[in-house]
Design a protein around this ligand. Sequence first.
Ligand code: COS
Length: 387
Amino acid sequence: MTDGQRELQELAREFARTELRPHAAAWDEGRALPDDVFAKLAESGFLGMLVPEEHGGLGFDLHTYLLVLEELAWGDASVALSVAIHSGPVSGMILRHGTDDQKHAWLPALASGDLLGAFALSEPDAGSDASSVTTTATRDGDGWRLDGEKRWVTNGRRAGLVLVFARTSADGLGVFLVRPGADGYVVGRRENTMGLRASETVSVRFDGLRLPADALLGDVDRGLVMALEALDVGRIGIAIQAVGVGRAAIEHAAAYALEREQFGTPIGRFGALQAKLADSALGVAAGRALAYEAALAWEATRNGTPRIGPEGVTARAAMAKLAASEAATFAADEAIQIYGGYGYMRHYPLERLMRDAKGAEIYEGTNEIMRRVIAGEILRGSGNATS
Ligand code: COS
């Protein structure tokens, strides 16, 4: 880490310690994040971390971004999830595929936090099989008309820009820049999630929503590849989010193990509990290391290094998300066990951390899909057919 990165990490840690962590339980209970938390994130520049300075952002590399995101997740995983989707897949896709006009139109507003971004790929019947999207985008004069339904859209009602993936031909998807609120854009059910309850997850329906021609991002029919590419960076963000949650669980458990006495001694002296702390810390550290390795692989693609193969970003991002999310769930579970009866009480933070950690095993690609992606890249790297 450079001195600048260390300072930034400190700043983000302080932000998480004072602005997020003290409120995380209440936000979870109330199932909402207040407006002012987004205002404070924007003020700190944390909504423009991956947007270049020329478009009003901080222009961080992925490594620096991850340093901040881990701290936000340590403070509140729902906040980190919002920031991760907004920054990685949404701002990242516009940066990579947008025309100059599209970049000028959207990136400054995303970087300043005037608009929060959302990513609408999944549908009631298109989850792991992202290629089976049935929302359609049909040509309508110069523009497009959207019809269909999306599920599990993070940032829900708050989003001011939604990237919508829709079928543009029998075997192609397109990506559309959609501003909520127009006729034909209908926000549906707010999901009652197990964890990350402060994060607003909704379904959205399009009933003949009309879009101008310049709502199309990138090449028509190439949306699936664009989505999968964007999910590489998304998954690295989810990995570090899980690391933040896992680290929080370990810290709670360690503090409790030193303070709680049974049989006349702090319970942290018992080998069974030490093994839990050690295995939890091992998993979380490995997840963090993989996330940083994936970030390096992602940065390398900018210089033309291929994404494919076991060393490529696609495999590395999947490994990072898989390892970190499983480690976070394990760490939260073990922390509950260390807390014993108190851990089982909703009054303490561990059960929330466990619910939050579990989400990372599912969204932005389930861990079963992560294993398939990794195996596919190993086979591809050795020159054989993919999965
Ligand atoms: N980056 C760039 N291109 C990629 C890529 C990546 N990470 N992964 C795949 N591609 C390309 C492939 O090269 C292929 O390109 P061509 O059509 O030009 O040959 C295309 O994308 C399709 O890839 P593939 O054939 O591997 O797709 P499949 O339909 O077999 O399945 C899985 C791919 C299952 C891995 C994919 O659908 C997936 O990741 N699903 C999970 C979706 C998800 O994460 N949903 C959560 C949404 S956000 S809540």
